[in-house]
Design a binder for this molecule. Sequence first.
Ligand SMILES: [Fe+2]
Ligand SMILES: [Fe+2]
Length: 183
Amino acid sequence: MSYAWQTYCKARLLAAGEQEDAEPEYMRYIVDLLATPEFKSLEVIPHHIPTTLLTHVRCVSYVAYSLCRRYGGDSKIAARGGLLHDLYYYDWHDFSDKSHRWHGVLHPSRALKNACLLLGEVDKRTADCIHRHMFPFTPIPPIYRESIMVSLSDKICANFDVLIARFSSVRRRFEHDTELHFN
Ligand SMILES: [Fe+2]
Ligand SMILES: [Fe+2]
C-alpha cells in the first residue's frame, strides 16, 4: 500500500470521527477550529462526490500534517492551513448562483478572507497554504514547505476522492482498508 493511499485512508477515518484517540497531537492542533459554527457548516456542503467539504478539508489537513511530520515543515501550520484552505460556505456545483462564478480561481481568496474573519489574523505561512493551494491552476506557486504540502495534499485527496467515486474496484479497496461504507 502506498504511503499516500495509507495516509488518505487514515485521514478519511479521522474525518469520520474514528481513531481520533490515536492522533492526540494532530487533534490538539485543530480541535478549536472544528468546534466553530463556520466549520460545522461545511458538513452539509457537497464537494467531490462522495465527500462533503468538511470531509475534504479534514483529509487535506491530516495528509499535509503527515507529510510535514515525515519530510519536514511545521506540522501544526500544515494541519491548520489544510483545514482552512477551502473555507467557503457555498456549493460550487450550484451554477444558478452567479456569485459562485470563477470559483476555481477566486475561492482561495474567499477562503483567506473567511479565515481572517474567523481568526482575526492569519500568519504568512498559513495564508500561503490557503491562498496558493490551487497552483498550478492559479499561476503563483506556494513558497513555504507547509503550503507546498497543503497544495500537494489537496491534489492527493481530490484524486483519490474521484477514483473512489468512479471505479468500483478502488471503492472496494477503500472499503476494505477503512471499513467505511457508502450507501
Ligand atoms: Fe480549493
Ligand atoms: Fe481543496
